[in-house]
Write a protein that binds this ligand. Structure first.
Ligand SMILES: Nc1ncnc2c1ncn2[C@@H]1O[C@H](COP(=O)(O)OP(=O)(O)O)[C@@H](O)[C@H]1O
Ligand SMILES: [Mg+2]
Length: 346
């Protein structure tokens, strides 16, 4: 038969943070796991309102279903934890799952036992799996657009021209028609190659982000005659980034640099990449002709696949993209992508 002291020892040994809260929402007892989780001492917490463990900004919301007594008529909510955020003594917040069960304690039947689990890892995994699904979905959209633009258009033209070729009686005309078709086939081959390059980047996989960017900027000068003034300060974080984020950053810079080189009418552009406060900021700036920014609905339009693609890339890794431009005012593309996860999940 276990004694009261044994039960106390069980409470103290529980690996989950466990609190006893009275009907007024005051903490009456807690175990060492709870003290460790929140960073307070027993004296600081016992007798204090349970709200001290909830971030200030969320207290109002939490009031409706907070950690206090469960109505006598309610079934126990143990095992049906709710997701909330909690705050440590040092002010850091983290996601938690809270299970409450009526204590049925002899001293006060209104007391509630709350078990609190830190679910930071779980949330991060959920976020990553959401991101993976979104990234795959975006790739599919991108691929279908490319197939439509590059390949379908060609096949349609090819059937028409093929029919004309078969019907052509004049030999010279037939040869000319064939030359046009051969040119279009070469174009289509180039298009498919471009598409394949767009899906994966052997250069990036071989060289890593910083060096692949340097090659990209060099190529820009060679191919378009546009000099890129680059300031890339990522050496110490680039290795820590996950491959999906790296690819997104690379593709965004690649598209924005190509846009500056082909549309802005400039001989130079500036690119900066830096890490700040858990995010990577990539900025591509040209002082060229700028353009009328389409509204967000038109931005999904087929004329702006590059711009839409950049935004989708940034969002697929939990980031955002801002384009500042107007005719004659140059263009700035600014992408911010989180290094680990969305705000607050670090
Ligand atoms: N840096 C820039 N300077 C001037 N015009 C730009 C710039 N970037 C984009 N644009 C304009 O926005 C249009 C859409 O760009 P984008 O979506 O990348 O498509 P694409 O490059 O295939 O034309 C371009 O055709 C161009 O008119
Ligand atoms: Mg473009």
């Amino acid at each position: 038969m276990l004694t009261d002291r044994d039960y106390r020892a069980v409470f103290e040994a529980l690996p989950d943070a466990t609190l006893v809260v009275d009907a007024e929402g005051v903490i009456r007892d807690l175990n060492p796991s709870a003290l460790l989780m929140f960073g307070w001492s027993r004296e600081e917490v016992e007798g204090s309102p349970v709200e001290m463990l909830i971030p200030a900004a969320r207290r109002g919301r939490h009031d409706q279903h907070r950690l206090r007594h469960v109505e006598a008529s309610s079934p126990p909510s143990m095992g049906q934890g709710r997701e909330l955020r909690a705050v440590r003594k040092d002010g850091g917040t983290f996601p938690v799952e809270i299970s409450e069960s009526p204590g049925n304690l002899t001293s006060d039947p209104e007391h509630v036992i709350c078990t609190i689990r830190d679910i930071t890892c779980l949330e991060r995994m959920r976020w990553l799996s959401r991101m993976k699904v979104t990234a795959a979905e975006n790739e599919r959209k991108h691929l279908s657009r490319e197939l439509h633009d590059e390949f379908l258009q060609f096949l349609v033209a090819f059937t028409i021209r093929g029919k004309l070729l078969v019907d052509e009686r004049d030999r010279d005309e037939r040869e000319r028609a064939w030359e046009v078709i051969a040119d279009e086939i070469l174009d289509a081959i180039r298009g498919v190659k471009r598409m394949i390059r767009g899906l994966r980047s052997p250069k990036l996989e071989r060289q890593g982000l910083v060096s692949a960017l340097a090659t990209l900027f060099r190529d820009c000068r060679k191919v378009h005659g546009v000099t890129i003034h680059a300031s890339v300060n990522l050496d110490w974080v680039a290795d820590e980034l996950d491959p999906v984020t790296i690819l997104a950053l690379y593709r965004i810079v690649q598209e924005a640099v190509t846009n500056a080189a082909t549309h802005a009418g400039v001989s130079e552009a500036a690119v900066t990449l830096r890490s700040t406060d858990g995010a990577i900021i990539a900025e591509i700036r040209d002082e060229g002709r700028g353009f009328e920014l389409p509204d967000s609905r038109a931005a999904t339009d087929d004329d702006h696949i590059g711009l839409t693609g950049m935004r989708e890339r940034a969002e697929s890794v939990g980031g955002s993209l801002l384009v500042q431009t107007s005719p004659g005012q140059g263009t700035t593309v600014r992408a911010a992508v989180p290094m680990v996860g969305p705000e607050g999940e670090r």
